[in-house]
Design a protein around this ligand. Structure first.
Ligand code: SF4
Length: 424
């Protein structure tokens, strides 16, 4: 039996437990290994007593946090092997192996490779390629017995949507992979274009366990596009309806129709998060390669609204090739499209995405990691325009009478209000 410490280096506490390392913990524990999850957002103290090896995960945005934790551990005890995995390491394994003090990098889905390492069949060194998990039902469902789940349930956070859902909530995925090729997204580099589905039966086993053990009342489905397969979705909705849960998911406007939306609503779907991205069809078609028009996005979002499902709309500003005309069109879309919440992000080139591949990285300079340097895609003058339209879109959204009227169905707490307006 090995003792394994799995670390989530994200310094910001989150309202939901980290999914990726929880899956690894579950596989290890089911196979008689001792596992603990350390979530740095909640607990900074690292206990290395009797630890045989450490796994640490990182997306691009928290890679530097992971790197400094690895350094700190190596100073305390250089003998304990450290394996880094997650999106950043999977896409840039050579860079991460050289750049960090980790002993090994796991590329891909880590569940069964970590088990091989714990069973001492594979050494924790160099780059280790994990085979894709073809049947997602082979991965045991999440029981969260290796972490203190109450701290997530009790953490208030800043998410307004969460407080309009019955609590406690839990995160879940029913699928892995996305067949689309949006140029800003790294999904296909990570999970491939072939979508794998858990069986509905397997998902329900997990949900029933979590209802019984942790009294969960709502679910965040973190799938890239939950509604891809109609028959599967139909089955999922039938089963969710029986459990009387509220749930939220993300999908594409061309992956739902009226019949499906009604079914989703009747089975407890409270919100759908849609990636609108841009109000400009030129950007959507030629640059983002989203495969949908702004008219289609508007039509489906209005239909979703009419059916009574809440909307979270996601917009992006500063995409390479964007002009002031495109930014104006996005601002207009923000004003037109109904939503209960919105995410307004400034484009960051992420490794593994088509837009990042096409960038000239020689423009970037950083001693640490080029992916953390602010994008130099646009001129200073145009960057100011991006900032202007970004801020104007946020203000137009939050101060519109339409938005304020919609808030009656959401629970506002003073802290949530503060964070909602802080970004203005
Ligand atoms: S943005 Fe969404 S739809 Fe597009 S590739 Fe990524 S996961 Fe798929």
């Amino acid at each position: 039996m090995s003792k394994i410490l799995l670390i989530n280096p994200d310094p910001i506490p989150r309202v939901l437990p980290p999914l990726g390392i929880s899956y690894i913990a579950e596989v290890l524990q089911k196979n008689s290994h001792k596992v603990e999850i350390l979530d740095i957002g909640f607990e900074k103290k690292i206990n290395l007593e009797n630890v045989d090896f450490i796994g640490i995960t990182a997306t691009t945005l928290i890679y530097l946090d992971a790197k400094s934790i690895i350094k700190k551990i190596k100073k305390i005890n250089p003998e304990i092997p450290i394996i880094i995995g997650g999106t950043h390491a999977s896409i840039l394994p050579d860079f991460v192996l050289k750049d960090s003090d980790a002993d090994a990098v796991v590329v891909g889905e880590g569940e069964f490779i970590f088990l091989e390492i714990a069973n001492k069949n594979i050494k924790a060194e160099g780059i280790i390629y994990a085979p894709i998990v073809n049947n997602l039902d082979d991965i045991p469902f999440l029981t969260y017995s290796y972490l203190d789940i109450k701290k997530y349930f009790n953490y208030e956070g800043t998410d307004r949507i969460r407080w309009s859902l019955p609590q406690p909530s839990i995160a879940m995925v029913g699928t892995r992979g996305c067949p689309y090729s949006c140029t800003f997204c790294a999904s296909k580099s990570l999970f491939g274009k072939i979508v794998r589905f858990r069986s509905v039966e397997n998902i329900m086993e997990e949900i029933d366990f979590l209802i019984k053990k942790h009294k969960i009342k709502s679910i965040y489905f973190y799938d890239d596009t939950l509604t891809l397969r109609k028959k599967w979705m139909d089955e999922l909705c039938n089963e969710l309806k029986k459990r009387d849960l509220k749930w939220i998911c993300g999908t594409r406007v061309d992956a739902v129709d009226k019949k499906m939306l009604i079914k989703m609503k009747n089975s407890g779907c409270k919100y759908i998060s849609y990636g609108v991205e841009s109000g400009s069809n030129r950007m959507l078609k030629d640059v983002i390669k989203k495969g949908v028009t702004i008219e289609k996005a508007e039509e489906i979002i209005k239909l979703t609204d009419k059916i009574g499902i809440g909307i979270i709309a996601n917009y992006m500003f500063g995409i390479p090739g964007e002009t002031e005309e495109d930014l104006k069109l996005t601002l207009k879309a923000v004003k037109r499209i109904p939503a209960d919440a919105a995410e307004f992000s400034i484009f960051i080139p992420l490794p593994g995405t088509e837009l990042a591949t096409n960038l000239d990285w020689t423009q970037y300079s950083s001693k640490e990691n080029p992916y953390h340097v602010k994008s130099k895609i646009h001129t200073e003058e145009f960057s100011e325009k991006i900032a202007y339209y970004h801020s104007k879109s946020i203000k137009s959204f939050y101060f519109s009478p339409k938005f304020l009227m919609r808030q009656t169905k959401m629970i506002f707490r003073p802290k949530q209000l503060f964070f909602a307006f802080k970004s203005l």
